[in-house]
Design a protein around this ligand. Structure first.
Ligand code: HEC
Length: 486
């Protein structure tokens, strides 16, 4: 099987894009609800702020040292692991701390209360603002349309109803602003995932010709019978089916692969009817040499954007169909965790990607291109290798937008309605960790403005535009929100 790796020997540092980034106008906003973490009253808070926040960032958001407030912990996140990290340090990057035992205990208690316990979904911050939000190009109100259980993605049907995926393996319908009590049932799912997210149905998309053929596409994650050689132990499937009454019917499995537990699989259809799919590769389960990573191996679906016909077959004009051993659906490679994928009005495909400790990206996806992960990145790796010092390399695509520290960017959507005329063509991107919604103004496919239009409600998982020209959001805490004109 042929491995496709970037030529490390020929690494050439290109001129920094920092200069170009500096011309971007940014607008930040205060969170709509100030979340005072009760942990800040604990005795460990003072020690953390004095001795640790310098490297781990205020609120443990990450700076020179890794974030302690996200789900990625390479050295373990039990109390014993944290205590060991403090006592032993990670020389030379983090010196061992010579603290008295009670102080170590206080610190561990604080880190646990402030970050670890609230990692996966912090439901404590869900205050939807009652007042009008004034932003640069629009004033809007935030309305709660519905509350769901562990939702992940949504799509609007041509008749205006919204279909929303829930982790429990059902699809739910919001009709005229109301969540229908009866879910769509009968989607074949073998076993639930038990991991941190426990998700089964992830993403949803409609066939471009849905009005005629009724095909609804889902990506479903289930535990695999056994892990593969790189530790991937989740079976990810692309399926399609039709909704008849309240039942899922005509079920077909179109594509299947093994992936990591936290992997995501976003879908987007091109105008000419091809299905594009992201297969994330976080690298948290992979400890081999970076240049041997599955994301750079064309035979492996992980860390790729895939392109297929609407029935899962590989098109004959895909870039690697003639490479022996390569997976024929591969369209681009070297990706990390992709939580967003969308076409703009010009048919350009955009992909958002979570970096590791910084290095979140917004990419334009080009046929056959290499995006470099985990060899080339603006972020750091989650292991004891010092900073990844190769943010750029010849032959490797650069992101259009790069974020550090990572807001954990999620879904992406382009505004195409008439309700907010000054948002036309703008890109909207959600964020998990920063609980923000970004509006990005692009000019010639370059970022000229980045505005936080919303901050602080909840982790934003999905973003889309409704038939009413309003922006809709889905949060990890279960809120289906509408940004309506003020
Ligand atoms: C000089 C910068 C610096 C300071 C100060 C510092 N750290 Fe760190 N810390 C780091 C770096 C860098 C790492 C990552 C080490 C690695 O992965 O090799 C780290 C790792 C950790 C980890 C493991 C994180 C994981 O992902 O598993 C914990 C826990 C931690 N630090 C806690 C603390 C605490 C508590 C303090 C204050 C008492 C502190 N650190 C002070 C730089 C620092």
């Amino acid at each position: 099987m042929k491995r496709w790796i970037v030529g490390l020997a020929g690494a050439v540092l290109l001129t920094s894009i920092a200069g170009a980034q500096a011309q971007v106008r940014t607008i930040v906003r205060a969170p709509v609800s100030q979340h005072t973490n009760p942990a800040s009253a604990l005795p460990g808070a003072k020690i953390f702020n004095e001795q640790c926040a310098g490297c781990h960032g205020a609120g443990g958001m990450g700076a020179e040292g890794p974030a302690l407030s996200d789900e990625y912990w390479i050295h373990g996140r039990t109390d014993a692991d944290i205590a060991k990290a403090i006592r032993g340090g990670f020389p030379p990057k983090m010196a061992a701390f010579d603290l008295a035992e009670p102080q170590v205990k206080d610190l561990v208690a604080y880190i646990r209360a402030a970050f670890v316990a609230t990692l996966v979904v912090d439901r404590s911050v869900q205050q939807v603002p009652a007042s009008v939000m004034h932003t640069e190009a629009a004033d809007f109100r935030v309305e709660t349309v519905a509350k769901l259980a562990a939702p992940y993605a949504f799509v609007f049907l041509p008749d205006g109803r919204a279909l929303i995926t829930e982790a429990a393996g059902v699809l739910r319908i919001v009709d005229k602003g109301k969540l229908l009590p009866q879910a769509i049932e009968g989607i074949p799912i073998d076993k639930p995932l038990n991991g941190a997210t426990g998700r089964r149905i992830l993403n949803i998309a409609l066939h471009p010709d849905y009005a005629r053929n009724g095909w609804v596409y889902l990506t479903i994650a289930e535990p695999a019978a056994a892990a593969n050689a790189t530790g991937a132990s989740t079976r990810m499937r692309v399926v399609r089916g039709k909704i008849q009454g309240n039942r899922w019917s005509s079920h077909q499995v179109l594509f299947e692969t093994l992936t990591g537990e936290s992997s995501t699989a976003r879908m987007a259809f091109s105008r000419d009817g091809y299905l594009f799919l992201t297969m994330g590769f976080s690298g948290n389960i992979y400890f081999g040499a970076p240049e041997d990573a599955p994301s750079l191996d064309l035979a492996d679906a992980n860390g790729k954007v895939l392109r297929m016909h609407d029935d899962g077959r590989a098109p004959t004009d895909n870039p690697f169909v003639n490479v022996p051993g390569a997976l024929k659906q591969v369209w681009s490679y070297g990706h990390r965790q992709s939580l967003g994928l969308a076409f703009d009005a010009n048919g350009v495909l955009w992909e958002s990607e979570n970096g590791a400790r910084g290095g979140d990206e917004m990419n334009i996806i080009r046929k056959g291109a290499n995006y470099g992960w985990p060899v080339v990145t603006w972020g750091h790796r989650y292991d004891s290798i010092p900073r990844v010092a190769v943010p750029e390399m010849e032959g490797v695509e650069q992101p259009v937008v790069s974020w550090a520290p990572s807001p954990a960017v999620s879904a992406v959507a382009f505004y195409a309605g008439d309700t907010f005329p000054r948002w036309k063509g703008n890109m909207f991107v959600g964020s998990l960790k920063n609980r923000a919604l970004y509006r990005i103004v692009l000019k010639d496919n370059r970022q000229v403005l980045q505005e936080e239009v919303l901050r602080g409600i909840d982790r934003i998982r999905d973003v889309g535009v409704g038939p009413d020209g309003c922006i809709y959001l889905l949060t990890d805490g279960g809120l289906f929100l509408r940004l309506a004109p003020a």
